[in-house]
Design a protein around this ligand. Structure first.
Ligand code: ZN
Length: 302
């Protein structure tokens, strides 16, 4: 059995959809690769950002809820996603950060600089200086899971997913364990943190809903269902999400995990050249198109 190569996507909740588009396509220069609806609540958008083709490991998705109450990250929740940035680009980001942030936050983490920006809902967006990245848009570096107890989640990642421990450090009362998937896939790092601060996590705008890991194909995904069952984790059945197939389960600390297939990808229903421009609906929601186009706000892409 193979290992998990890395993150497939991260899904978060935001408030105003246009402000979200402005930040991720304008400031962060991500491409809106899919404009569709929340398949479980089709009167709201589901927006996907990524690299030019929406490669696994570059995809950040949002459920926008206008007027959503702000949430708060805490134990049992993924608390941050980080993008890899080449060293030269990192310095350019530092120059720009003063215009974007009230206070520029740069820390040293495992010998690399990390700059934290904030999106329109105040969600932290980490940029990690990464020598290994040559392209201007590197995709994800990592995701951070905030846990009450690091060990049970770490065991799932090492014993079942095949990650290996890659570092441990404590600063400002936050203990951080770094785990890395074998290979050099984009987004192959998971950090697990544990803080002595007393915080109650609250889902809402600016928080992460779930973290999806990669299965390279359908057969691998089915094998993960069995492997997770053997390890005591019961998953949902396979759910068709149009651009990938998904299974879900809660990891021991409470974070919702998904395993999503690389196939078929975002060009399955529109050409790569025009990804994200038209509202794409799965067959079951196509009869609602006229009604949805009336209620969903028009979005302008930077
Ligand atoms: Zn997902």
């Amino acid at each position: 059995m193979t290992h998990i190569p890395g993150i497939h996507h991260v899904t978060a909740i935001c408030g105003n959809a246009q402000a979200n588009v402005d930040f991720y396509t304008g400031v962060l220069q991500q491409r809106l690769v899919k404009k569709t609806v929340n398949f479980d609540a089709p009167d709201t958008y589901h927006l996907y950002y990524g690299d030019h083709v929406g490669s696994p490991g570059t995809i950040l998705t949002f459920f926008p809820f206008a007027g959503a109450a702000p949430g708060r990250a805490g134990p049992g929740m993924a608390s941050a996603y980080a993008y890899s940035v080449p060293v030269a680009a990192f310095d350019e980001w530092l120059d720009r950060a003063g215009a974007l942030e009230d206070r520029v936050r740069v820390v040293e983490r495992f010998d690399a600089r990390v700059l934290t920006l904030h999106d329109a809902d105040g969600a932290p967006v980490e940029l990690v200086e990464d020598d290994g990245v040559t392209a201007s848009g590197g995709g994800f570096h990592s995701v951070t899971l905030w846990e009450r107890d690091i060990a049970p989640t770490a065991r799932l990642l090492t014993d079942v997913f095949g990650y290996v421990e890659a570092g441990h450090e404590t600063s400002d009362g936050v203990e951080r364990l770094r785990l890395k998937a074998p290979g050099d896939a984009v987004g192959n790092v998971v950090d697990i943190i544990c803080s002595n601060a007393v915080v109650q996590a609250r889902s809402g705008a600016g928080t992460i809903h779930h973290v999806a890991f990669r299965a390279r194909n359908d057969a691998e995904q089915l094998a993960w269902i069995d492997r997770l069952a053997t390890a005591g984790h019961r998953t949902t059945p396979v759910i068709d999400r149009q651009y990938f197939k998904a299974i879900y389960f809660r990891e021991p600390g409470g974070v919702l995990f998904e395993i999503a297939t690389d196939n078929p990808g975002f060009a399955v229903d529109e050409p790569v050249e025009t990804l994200g421009q038209a509202l794409m609906l799965p067959a079951q929601h196509e009869p609602l198109r006229a009604q949805l186009e009336r209620v969903l706000p028009r979005l302008r892409v930077a």
